[in-house]
Write a protein that binds this ligand. Structure first.
Ligand SMILES: Nc1ncnc2c1ncn2[C@@H]1O[C@H](COP(=O)(O)OP(=O)(O)OP(=O)(O)O)[C@@H](O)[C@H]1O
Length: 271
């Protein structure tokens, strides 16, 4: 469904007071596939190139080399019309839910936005749909008339998820969806995303630095290091099968040393 083919991207940055030019290889020959209804997790430390890849998939930036295909169509940022049509099936949830919503709009207006852009529904049908979406993500229909500042970070993330699923998308790019939430809320949001994936057969491209979160939600896992995919795990639950030295370093840095405690950290999410 999503095919990322040999994608590379470099940025030219200026460093130091003399402003010397410096080339950053953000993505190097990245190839990945996401199957319908499946979650591919991309894990790597800060600067690995995960968000750059997410932006390419969303058509927000163009690769220097390589191509991205979504549902048989080339995702070319210069073809605005096609991109607009494709965005109906391709949604995004960002880490920062506060900046992802307009503080001046009610929750009803926020969640209704994609519906109004893409569907021809009457006002009462839109109202019904918005309230149903809020209930699906664990909020109340009466929350629709409140404003973003009246919600916690976790609740706001539920609202951006409601907006992302409003058009029954085929794929959602989840860019660090739980990184700014505390542990308990992280687990709740990961459970919600897992339920929605199953219920609506949505595929996810999950971008995260958090190996435990990726292992919980993803079916397959790709490890990214300095713009390259260094390892792919066909079963994201089998973290002990990671072999690349960088993957092991990532695992050692994030998960408890003792295997018994490692399974505990997954259990913390599962319970
Ligand atoms: N617009 C840009 N201009 C210049 N350099 C950029 C730009 N976007 C990304 N980079 C650089 O590309 C590299 C990859 O960045 P990217 O944000 O994709 O990594 P990441 O894995 O998502 O990290 P983080 O989790 O910190 O966002 C970094 O070295 C970053 O500084």
């Amino acid at each position: 469904m999503l095919s990322i083919q040999n994608v590379s991207k470099t940025y030219e940055v200026r460093q130091g007071w003399r402003g010397h030019k410096h080339i950053v290889k953000a993505l190097q020959n990245v190839s990945l596939q996401v199957e319908p209804g499946c979650c591919l997790g991309i894990v790597g430390e800060s600067g690995a190139g995960k968000s750059t890849l997410g932006r390419m998939v969303l058509g927000l930036e163009r690769p220097d080399r390589g191509e991205i295909w979504f549902q048989g169509q080339n995702l070319n940022p210069s073809n605005r019309g096609r991109l607009w049509a494709m965005r109906r099936d391709l949604q995004v949830v960002f880490q920062d839910s506060v900046s992802a919503v307009n503080p001046r709009l009610t929750i009803r207006e926020i969640v209704a936005e994609p519906i109004q852009n893409y569907l021809k529904l009457s006002v009462s049908e839109t109202t019904k749909k918005v309230e149903h979406l809020l209930e699906i993500v664990g909020l109340r229909a009466t929350d629709a008339d409140r404003y973003p500042h009246q919600f916690s970070g976790g609740q706001l993330q539920r609202i951006t998820i409601a907006r992302a699923i409003a058009l029954n998308p085929k794929l959602i790019v989840l860019d660090e969806p739980v990184a700014s939430l505390d542990m308990t809320i992280q687990a709740q949001i990961l459970h919600l995303l897992a339920d929605l994936k199953q219920q609506f057969e949505i595929a996810y491209l999950l971008i995260s630095h958090d190996l435990a979160a990726v292992s919980f939600l993803a079916d397959r896992l790709a490890v990214m290091y300095q713009g390259e995919i260094v390892e792919i795990l066909d079963d994201a639950k089998q973290l002990s099968q990671l072999q690349h030295p960088y993957s092991q370093q990532l695992m050692a840095a994030q998960l408890p040393i003792h295997p018994r405690d490692r399974s505990l950290s997954s259990n913390e999410i599962r319970s």
